[in-house]
Design a binder for this molecule. Structure first.
Ligand code: CAA
Length: 445
């Protein structure tokens, strides 16, 4: 059977950063530890005045195509996943293709282009579309370019303001991939929910606390659905488990829930029983409330055990290193979590080929998707090409007043004229508006 999966990954971060524990917390009169320890965030990335979802996506895609030696003829589809689109008809992928055609000799006239929307899960859905297209044999030997790009901005003063971010992840989906092969098996947890939405508005309406409950409920459904086709999961089956990461504190909760589920009726539960007892079973309780209280007490004990902490430290924590520095990238978040995991393996000289990842994606509204990935030979060479550390280090550190100006510049309702904070070089930039309200871009040497 043909192996299909991720052949290359590139990341492009917004070129500005906001220091959350220091600059942001200080101004808001909050304890820096709410960010460092509670939410688990150090910095958010923001787009400079000449950056947006198109420039970040096109810049990531160009870098990927350059280093893989690809021409537009090698690409059979371009799918952009975003929840920050500025047009209800013309897809962002056409803008990105237009940018790339400014610098490549060939064009993308025979590539299928689209835009995928289901909140943050749309990037994973685009990979899914590419996988199916290749498996169906409709790709004519070509690859798909999947680009997850977002400016995740909240209304100022909204609790979500602490979890903002901006950046793009470009991924090449191909036959015989060089990074990971995707499993055929996948699980879904999907329901009509009103937790986070943007009814024709730029900034989201969010029920923050509820959104966290919905995330966990749908993720759990997706895991059960995955197990119904792939068989029961065990915590030791996977080298890393990258989750959608709106902020690392959310993944701390998901990791604990996942672990409790995976160890049930296994030798791990038996071993832990001596220390913290066995997991409560619903049938043992007279009311749902009593059962829930017992589960909460068990989870509190579980997260303090050495066994759990060791597993979390190996399997989950390494997936959060990039997210901590960039905040929420919506559609790109789970893909930077996967990248952070692979980067961790590279930096610790771990031989990962043949090992598996369990990937948990999530989009508000709401849907979770879980599938497995097998790391393939050649992954190190791919990961070595990333320059994300250099990009992160080069970001301009915003003062609070500057942050507010940048927020205003990217607010569609406001007209704010601000000088750029960084100088663009060898990249696409937003260059102004066209006669039909379209956005224009140019490549700056
Ligand atoms: N020291 C240590 N920890 C501290 C602390 C301190 N001084 N102060 C607070 N904390 C902890 C809190 O205890 C809390 O942790 P627990 O949940 O484990 O108890 C954490 O820091 C956050 O503190 P609050 O709950 O007080 O934070 P908040 O109410 O201001 O906002 C939020 C949190 C509701 C998630 C808000 O950031 C928000 O609305 N975010 C946007 C929505 C979101 O990201 N939801 C996630 C699921 S939906 C999704 O995943 C899709 C998506 O991308 C948007």
């Amino acid at each position: 059977m043909t192996a299909v999966g991720i052949d290359a990954i590139e990341i492009w971060t917004g070129k500005l950063k906001l220091d959350l524990p220091n600059t942001f917390a200080e101004k808001k009169g909050e304890d820096p530890d709410k960010y460092r320890k509670g939410l688990g965030l150090e910095n958010s990335s923001f787009p400079d005045v000449y950056e947006d979802i198109v420039t970040m996506g096109a810049n990531a895609a160009k870098r990927l195509m350059d280093r893989k030696g690809l021409s537009p003829q090698d690409i059979g589809r371009i799918d952009v996943a975003t929840e920050s689109s500025f047009d209800n008809s013309k897809p962002v992928s056409t803008y990105i293709a237009g940018c790339l055609e400014q610098v490549f000799e060939d064009n993308f006239h025979h590539a299928n282009k689209g835009e995928r929307k289901f909140a943050c899960v749309a990037g994973t859905q685009s990979i899914d579309d590419a996988y199916n297209w290749i498996k169906a044999g409709r790709h004519r030997g070509r690859s798909a370019l999947v680009i997850a790009t977002d400016t995740a901005l909240y209304e100022r003063g909204d609790p979500g303001e602490a979890t903002q971010g901006a950046g793009a992840v470009a991924m090449l989906i191909s036959e015989d991939p060089s990074v990971v092969e995707l499993s055929t098996e996948q699980g879904y947890g999907s329901a009509d929910e009103t937790d986070f939405l943007k009814p024709n508005q730029q900034f989201p309406s969010v029920d923050g606390k509820r959104s966290m409950q919905v995330y966990l409920a749908r993720m759990r459904e997706a895991l059960e659905d995955f197990e119904s086709v792939a068989g029961k999961t065990h915590p030791d089956d996977f080298a890393y488990i990258p989750f959608h990461t709106p902020f690392p504190g959310m993944v701390r909760k998901a990791g604990l829930l996942g672990y409790r589920h995976m160890i049930r009726d296994t030798e791990v539960e038996d071993e832990l029983a001596e220390e913290i007892g066995r997991q409560p079973r619903e049938a043992e309780f007279e009311s749902w409330e009593d059962y829930e209280e017992a589960v909460r007490a068990y989870m509190d004990e579980l997260k303090g055990t050495e066994k759990y902490r060791d597993w979390y430290g190996r399997t989950i924590d390494p997936t959060l290193s990039l997210s901590r520095q960039v905040g929420n990238w919506y559609t790109g978040s789970v893909h930077i979590a996967r990248t952070a995991a692979l980067k961790n393996a590279l930096e610790s000289d771990r031989d990962l080929a043949g090992d598996r990842l369990l990937v948990g994606s999530y989009g508000s509204g709401a849907q979770a998707e879980i599938h497995a990935e097998t790391v393939v030979e050649g992954w190190e060479e791919e990961l070595e090409q990333l320059n994300i550390d250099e990009q992160l280090a080069a970001r301009y550190d915003l003062g609070f007043d500057e942050y507010e100006l940048v927020h205003d510049v990217h607010d569609h309702e406001k007209e704010t004229d601000v000088e750029e904070f960084t100088a663009p070089e060898n990249e696409f930039v937003f260059s102004g508006w066209g006669r039909m309200g379209e956005r224009n871009y140019e490549y700056i040497e």
